[in-house]
Design a protein around this ligand. Structure first.
Ligand SMILES: *[C@@H]1O[C@H](CO)[C@@H](O)[C@H](O)[C@H]1NC(C)=O
Ligand SMILES: *[C@@H]1O[C@H](CO)[C@@H](O)[C@H](O)[C@H]1NC(C)=O
Ligand SMILES: *[C@@H]1O[C@H](CO)[C@@H](O)[C@H](O)[C@H]1NC(C)=O
Ligand SMILES: *[C@@H]1O[C@H](CO)[C@@H](O)[C@H](O)[C@H]1NC(C)=O
Ligand SMILES: *[C@@H]1O[C@H](CO)[C@@H](O)[C@H](O)[C@H]1NC(C)=O
Ligand SMILES: *[C@@H]1O[C@H](CO)[C@@H](O)[C@H](O)[C@H]1NC(C)=O
Ligand SMILES: *[C@@H]1O[C@H](CO)[C@@H](O)[C@H](O)[C@H]1NC(C)=O
Length: 600
């Protein structure tokens, strides 16, 4: 076959494999008469997704998976808990219509395991969405699909669903480690289906993090979502019983992979035109851990210690509490009216509510179908009601029993009204809550400054250490740097809510800081207008080396902007620090004067 005309066997092999790959890449299905060997792949018709065998970094085990563009972006694994030890594996459709993986000895190591299959012929097709669908050839019915059996990753149009009636849920489960994709300790599922929210669990039993309820637009316990940085999410219903969460992008060039990583963090990697544009971790602070401060305790990342009792409450076990063991939480100082009445003491004044702003609302909310104005009154009329909140998208929420997993945010969240005895309301207003909150704010600014300072210093230190390595890296490798950077920094400090942009991404967005993109110039350096590849318009403030705006001013600016953010002046999307370069990336708002970006 023309082999002889090539002097080198290696050349022949190369050409052979090119032809070979060319042939296999044309196919997006496996039929009953075909099988896929270790070296072969099935490719979606747009060549974006591939199904085939791969080994994770530092592992010799072989797995069958689906990946996006390259096998470093695996979105699904068939035999995550049944690895093949060598490359003798085969993927095929068995006689009973199931998709199976066989080892070298023809033993079934993994099966789609649909008992109802029992068909003689079926076809598996890798769709352009990345979904692998197994269909009965005679009826055309879908027997099985990979989207309904996820591993640790979600892609657009995939659904995290839960059934209200049967309790059946689709769960995402993390890997054990980067090199071991077997079932790990963290899982994610949709819970509290009346006002759905995503829960992360440890070992499937202990809640680890929750997003807060969905309000039709965002999860109200996830402030990052209100920055507009995360979009395209929606909650929907299939019939009466099934609730699902999904995300999608209007622009077909946009893509994202949401992964529950081995440390129990949700990581979103976004792509545009098949290029990676950003990496984001959804939760990353001590307060994010579910119920850190116990019942009636409230967590604040910017205070020290992070836990405090709600106003009107005191530590249940002061000695434990002072040792920073917050598990027992807090108890009410003054009994509520109902309790006093029940005990036969004289009936006194009605209880009242204390408003706590920008809160992550507690778990186990119940809903009342009343107007905003009635929400508090209704709560007062029910002795079990301990707190209420109103969100325009959800309506009236109230809580009875414990108030658990509360968090005080600097931005985002909603107002939570906690019920207190009349005397407590009196004393908190005489103490002057306004005064108290002002003092707290000073503490907050200091806290944020210190926190962000630490973050930036750590980032800089890390980048300084890495810069010599990264310069030697090839283009392919530099692709992976952003993730590593964020997660490495992550290990040392809390990155808080500030996303990190890649220098290349910002450079591309501003046409390499082209003169024509300049919006203006201040003492610190120029401001550029830019367009991220996903269509978002940005303003980039590039701090010139000569400006003298040092790290401290940079940090101050971040603090000021973070504080202004919720007043909708300018929205800080993130920062970029690379070598001597320090840049702030804002959302570009055409109607805002340039001053907003320059001094803002
Ligand atoms: C296959 O399915 C049956 C019931 O449908 C179940 O009992 C069994 O554990 C499954 N096997 C695997 C390997 O998932
Ligand atoms: C693979 O091993 C190398 C060297 O031990 C290590 O630096 C790297 O982080 C490992 N990669 C993964 C994904 O574990
Ligand atoms: C989860 O399971 C692992 C392994 O059994 C164990 O080491 C760990 O302590 C468990 N974590 C929790 C929170 O139960
Ligand atoms: C939804 O529930 C209603 C009342 O229980 C029932 O009449 C209707 O058929 C259900 N619809 C679906 C799609 O299950
Ligand atoms: C914290 O307090 C709880 C409740 O008293 C106790 O069970 C737990 O062991 C304590 N944890 C630590 C680390 O001391
Ligand atoms: C109510 O009475 C019970 C039993 O007499 C007592 O233990 C409890 O402390 C009383 N509660 C209040 C709020 O006075
Ligand atoms: C008061 O709230 C509890 C807890 O949600 C609920 O079970 C009870 O029905 C409510 N009582 C009234 C009178 O609404």
């Amino acid at each position: 076959m023309g082999f002889k005309s090539h002097s080198s066997f290696v050349n022949a092999l190369l050409i052979f494999s090119i032809i070979f790959l060319g042939l296999t890449s044309a196919r997006d299905t496996i039929t009953s008469s075909q099988s896929i060997r270790d070296s072969e792949t099935v490719t979606s018709s747009d060549s974006v997704f591939k199904l085939g065998f791969f080994s994770p970094d530092n592992s010799t085990h072989r797995y069958v998976g689906i990946w996006y563009l390259s096998d470093t972006n695996v979105i699904w694994i068939a035999n995550r808990d049944q690895p093949l030890l060598d490359s003798s594996g085969v993927l095929k459709i068995s006689k009973d219509g199931n998709l199976v993986i066989l080892d070298g000895k023809n033993h079934v190591v993994w099966s789609s395991n649909v008992s109802s299959a029992s068909t003689t012929s079926a076809t598996a097709q890798l769709l352009r969405s990345g979904n692998l669908v197994l269909q009965d050839d005679t009826t055309g019915q879908t027997i099985w699909e990979s989207f309904k059996h996820p591993c640790d990753a979600a892609v657009p149009t995939m659904r995290i669903s839960a059934n209200r009636v049967t309790g059946e849920k689709i769960r995402f489960i993390s890997r054990k480690s980067a090199s071991d994709p077997s079932t790990g300790y963290f899982s994610a599922s949709l819970e509290r289906l009346d006002a759905p929210e995503v829960f992360l669990w440890i070992n499937g039993t202990h809640p680890y993090w929750r997003t807060g309820p969905w309000n039709g637009r965002i999860f109200i316990g996830t402030p990052l979502m209100s920055t507009g940085y995360l979009y395209g999410w929606s909650v929907g219903y299939e019939g009466n019983e099934t609730v699902y969460l999904t995300y999608s992008f209007v622009d077909p060039s946009a893509f994202g992979i949401l992964t529950l990583n081995e440390q129990g963090k949700l990581k979103l990697v976004r792509y545009y035109n098949r290029q990676k544009t950003s990496t984001l971790l959804l939760q990353n602070s001590g307060c994010d851990v579910y119920g850190t401060c116990g019942p009636f305790g409230s967590c604040n990342d910017h205070s020290s210690p992070i836990c405090s009792c709600l106003s009107g409450y005191e530590p249940k076990n002061p000695e434990e509490w002072n040792r920073q063991n917050w598990t027992s939480g807090c108890v009410r100082k003054e009994p509520l009216k109902c309790e006093r009445v029940k005990n036969g003491s004289e009936v006194s004044q009605e209880d009242g509510f204390l408003k706590l702003e920008t809160m992550k609302v507690p778990d186990f909310s119940e809903r009342l179908d009343v107007e905003e104005s009635q929400c508090g009154t209704q709560c007062l009329q029910n002795c079990s009601c301990l707190a209420y909140a109103y969100d325009a998208g959800i309506g009236c929420l109230y809580w009875s029993g414990h108030l658990i997993d509360l968090q005080k945010f600097s931005t985002g969240g909603i107002d939570l009204h906690i019920r207190l005895a009349y005397s407590e309301i009196q004393s908190s207003s005489s103490r002057g809550e306004l005064h108290v909150s002002k003092r707290r704010n000073k503490g907050l600014i200091l806290g944020v400054t210190l926190a962000i300072g630490t973050v930036i210093l750590a980032i800089c230190a890390y980048l300084a250490i890495c810069s010599c390595h990264s310069q030697k890296r090839t283009v392919k490798h530099s692709d992976e740097i952003p993730i590593r950077r964020v997660t490495e920094v992550q290990k040392q400090v809390k990155l808080d809510e500030l996303p990190l942009f890649d220098f290349e991404v910002v450079a591309t967005a501003t046409n390499n800081f082209h003169f024509g993109n300049t919006l203006g110039k201040g003492g610190f350096g120029p401001v550029y207008k830019g367009l991220l590849s996903d269509g978002q318009e940005i303003a980039v403030k590039r701090l010139s080396r000569a400006s003298g705006q040092g790290l401290e001013e940079f940090m101050n600016e971040v603090v000021v902007i973070s504080k202004l953010q919720h007043r909708n002046l300018v929205r800080l999307l993130g920062c970029c620090i690379e070598g001597d370069e320090k840049m702030l990336i804002y959302e570009f708002m055409p109607n805002k004067s340039l001053d907003a970006f320059i001094f803002g």
